[in-house]
Design a protein around this ligand. Structure first.
Ligand code: AKG
Length: 357
């Protein structure tokens, strides 16, 4: 538990501990606000023409703001309040959830990979799966007292929004109806991120540049800014909009769409004015789903940009995700490897020997 920043009793007068200070070239500079994040208003979506408009925008964009999504204003606020209450609990209450074991489903952790990384990130996170609710809710905290009730209702609401978006994306991409139903969208993982008040945010990052590994992310970022998105090699700040979700396309959706949709790179900077708590919901496939480009999007086998893989651990583990410039691209098949048919051996031994040597 000494690994949690919130247990280090830092004040704005304190110095940032050495182990969190990034080398100068990795430190965040002040960035301009992003003025071009499209806002998708889901109100009135029942009208078919609206569905098509939304479908078109959903399939184009890596990052959107989503309003009138159907999760109530009260619930959007409650998860942020209860999430923060969890991080404000005394150490001994949180202690039993702290684990470095990635197989532990319901766990509190600090930074990204605390024991392995050279420099730590200014973030704590508490995450657990949420669907089906009855399989997981008994593992969730009972303190704060409203935790199970609030996160239970929220997870049902946010999953509905995620599935609706996937339906729209399905239409927008021209995939057969229900493509993302079933196994592909079975999982829901919620992560509550807490970025404690930071004495000097110019020296640290809450989270480094990354894309999310699953299908879709719905971020409830509250009212404290900190999220930045990389657009045309420039970092831009995503200003919070009250009660809106920030929606990210994830790596697996990029693969399924055969690159038509792009996963959005983003990072987080902490603040010296206020601690920031966010609730992140990831729609993800169940274990052992096969992730590959949708067949109907491939003109022919050679047009695939990605190899298929199985989500045997339900996600591409973060440590395996290469930066874009190091990822493999599609290569043509080798058409010149000789085929030696041993059936012919008796009839034409000399030919076969010549082929081998
Ligand atoms: O907390 C945020 O604003 C973003 C969180 C995020 O990028 C993540 O959890 O992967």
């Amino acid at each position: 538990m000494h690994k949690l920043i919130s247990n280090k009793c830092l004040t704005i007068q304190s110095a940032v501990p050495e182990s969190y200070i990034l080398p100068p070239e990795r430190r965040p500079s002040v960035v301009p606000p992003c003025k071009t994040i499209p806002v998708i208003d889901l109100q009135g979506l029942h009208r078919r023409s609206d569905r098509f408009d939304s479908a078109a925008s959903s399939s184009r964009l890596a990052k959107n703001m989503l309003t009138n999504h159907g999760v109530s204003e009260q619930l959007m606020k409650d998860v942020l309040v209860v999430g923060k209450e969890f991080f404000d609990l005394p150490v001994e209450e949180k202690e039993r959830f702290y684990s470095e074991d990635t197989n532990q489903t319901c766990r509190l952790k600090s930074s990204l990979n605390y024991d392995e990384e050279k420099v730590h990130f200014w973030r704590e996170s508490f995450r657990h799966p949420c669907h089906p609710l009855e399989d997981y809710i008994h593992e969730w905290p009972q303190n704060p007292a409203r935790y199970r009730e609030v996160f239970g209702s929220y997870s049902i609401g946010v999953r509905k929004v995620g599935l609706l978006l996937l339906d729209l994306i399905c239409e927008g991409l021209g995939l057969e109806c229900g493509y993302f139903g079933g196994e592909l969208s079975q999982g829901l993982l919620i992560s509550i991120n807490h970025y404690p008040l930071c004495p000097d945010p110019s020296l640290v990052l809450g989270l480094p540049k990354h894309g999310d590994p699953y299908l879709l992310t719905l971020l409830n970022q509250g009212h404290v800014a900190g999220l930045q998105v990389l657009k045309d090699e420039q970092w831009l700040a995503v200003e919070p909009i009250s009660n809106a979700f920030v929606v990210n396309i994830n790596h697996m959706l990029q693969i399924i769409s055969n690159g038509k949709l792009k996963s959005a790179n983003h990072r987080v900077v902490p603040s010296s004015d206020a601690a920031r708590t966010t609730v992140v919901s990831f729609i993800r496939p169940s274990n052992n789903s096969l992730i590959e480009p949708a067949k109907s999007l491939l003109v022919n086998e050679c047009s695939t940009h990605f190899k298929q893989f199985s989500t045997f651990q339900s996600a591409v583990p973060e440590s395996y995700v290469l930066p874009p410039e190091r990822r493999p691209t599609a290569v043509p098949p080798c058409k010149t490897i000789p085929v030696i048919d041993l059936q012919e051996l008796d009839r034409d031994r000399t030919d076969s020997i010549q082929q081998i040597i």
